[in-house]
Design a protein around this ligand. Structure first.
Ligand code: NAD
Ligand code: MG
Length: 392
């Protein structure tokens, strides 16, 4: 039966890759809803190509612009705007599958709505799990939703895990990390890093926020937290291993000494196609891996001194409660400030550390508690950033 998709964040990097896979398999997938924040023109092009029933944007002005262009082109797609519209298309009977590819905390509530409605959720928006992992996983269990990871590492782990739902003999998850653009850069020069340099990832082409997270390695820290919730393993059984080629996307080690790995060219269409068709396998458009050409795979331990954000995320996971929501919110504000040249690169970790120290941790007993922690962390981060020097 054809799957009907709501694609949250369709104008982003994951959105593009998802629509590329959809276009290869019109027999398998149709599009119910597409959503964008402000990039109305790109959304219009996507609507004209994929003819969704609904298109959602962030604000009324963008909605008006999109509506005008769609009507002029003869499209019947209904245009809506705002956070409630995102929730509506996520829980609608019009879709059975929700691809959660909004970046940051803005993706939490629509993703949770999809979970409550028992949808098949293809999760790229790791921040949703980092903020509210227990609440999210409980909701998925209670509603009978199916949660499939799109993040390449977690998709790899999912492929290497036993599929009986138990942990049968699993000793560790090993998340691989490229180490980003600054793996070998002289640490004393990291203060001078510009947004352009930070966004230039050696192996992957991604949105700006996750690109900066990869450069600080906060991304890997968020992924350790994501893995903890997805696979129900404590933080001390989730290792990070630097693997600069990004060919092994992650591994699972077993009691008998076996280590299972998933390999492939670094292209998000592979994990996306895997999750979209699961348990079938379909063409993703990604070239077959040529290991003879790759020739060498290297590994090393992560350097926590050079990448303090990785250590901060692991500490937040160990602390539990709302600490990881606090970490996530402080990081989002700091990354935005860095991209806007208000603070330097090393001030991202400094800000997150200061916010974690300034705010009291408490149990994440409800979504409201999590959202309050998120708001408090944003206020604290902005205050700290205001006191920091603007980079030269
Ligand atoms: P992106 O910046 O390219 O795209 C983000 C999308 O979210 C866009 O469609 C944008 O319009 C929308 N959006 C942004 N702010 C919004 C808001 N406030 N409300 C509603 N919509 C909003 O980001 P991306 O690289 O595609 O990443 C998306 C998510 O997937 C992130 O959580 C990221 O960590 C995760 N992810 C991305 C990759 C990758 O290769 N790009 C890999 C793994 C995981
Ligand atoms: Mg990843």
């Amino acid at each position: 039966m054809q799957k009907r998709l709501t694609l949250l964040g369709s104008t982003g990097s994951i959105g593009d890759s998802t629509l590329d896979v959809v276009a290869r398999h019109p027999d398998r997938f149709s599009v119910y809803a597409l959503t964008a924040h402000r990039n109305g023109d790109k959304l219009v092009d996507q609507c004209l190509r994929f003819a969704p029933q609904v298109a959602v944007v962030g604000d009324a002005a963008t909605a008006q612009h999109v509506e005008q262009k769609l009507r002029a082109a003869g499209s019947k797609t209904v245009v809506a705007h705002g956070p409630q519209a995102l929730i509506d298309v996520s829980k609608s009977d019009g879709c059975d599958t929700v691809v959660a590819a909004i970046v940051g905390a803005a993706g939490l509530e629509p993703s949770l709505a999809a979970a409550r409605a028992g949808k098949r959720i293809l999760l790229a928006n790791k921040e949703a799990l980092v903020m509210s992992g227990d609440i999210f996983m409980d909701t998925v269990r209670d509603s009978g939703a199916v949660l499939l990871p799109l993040d390449s590492e977690h998709n790899a782990v999912f492929q290497c895990m036993p599929h009986d739902g138990a942990h049968g003999g699993v000793t560790k998850i090993i998340l691989t990390a490229s180490g980003g653009p600054f793996r070998t850069r002289e640490p004393s020069t990291l203060v001078d890093v510009t947004p352009e340099q930070a966004c230039k990832h050696p192996n992957w082409s991604m949105g700006r926020k996750i690109s900066v997270d990869s450069a600080t390695m906060m991304n890997k820290g968020l992924e350790v937290i994501e893995a903890h919730y997805l696979f129900d393993l404590p933080g001390d059984r989730i290792d990070v291993l630097i693997h600069p080629q990004s060919v092994i996307h992650s591994m699972v080690s077993y009691a008998d000494g076996s280590v299972l790995a998933q390999l492939g060219n670094p292209d998000m269409r592979t994990p996306i196609a895997h999750a979209m068709a699961y348990p079938d396998r379909i063409d993703s458009g990604v070239a077959q891996l040529d290991l003879a050409q790759v020739a060498t795979l290297n590994f090393e331990k992560p350097d926590y001194q050079r990448f303090p954000c990785l250590a901060l995320a692991m500490k937040a996971l160990a602390e539990g409660g709302v600490a990881s929501a606090t970490l996530n919110a402080a990081n989002e504000v700091a990354v935005e400030a860095f991209l806007n040249r208000r603070i330097g690169f090393m001030a991202i970790a400094q800000t997150v550390d200061a916010v974690l120290n300034a705010l009291q941790n408490r149990s994440a007993t409800s979504l409201d508690v999590v959202l309050e922690a998120d708001a408090a962390a944003r206020r604290a981060a902005n205050k700290i950033i205001d006191s920091l020097p603007v980079p030269a």
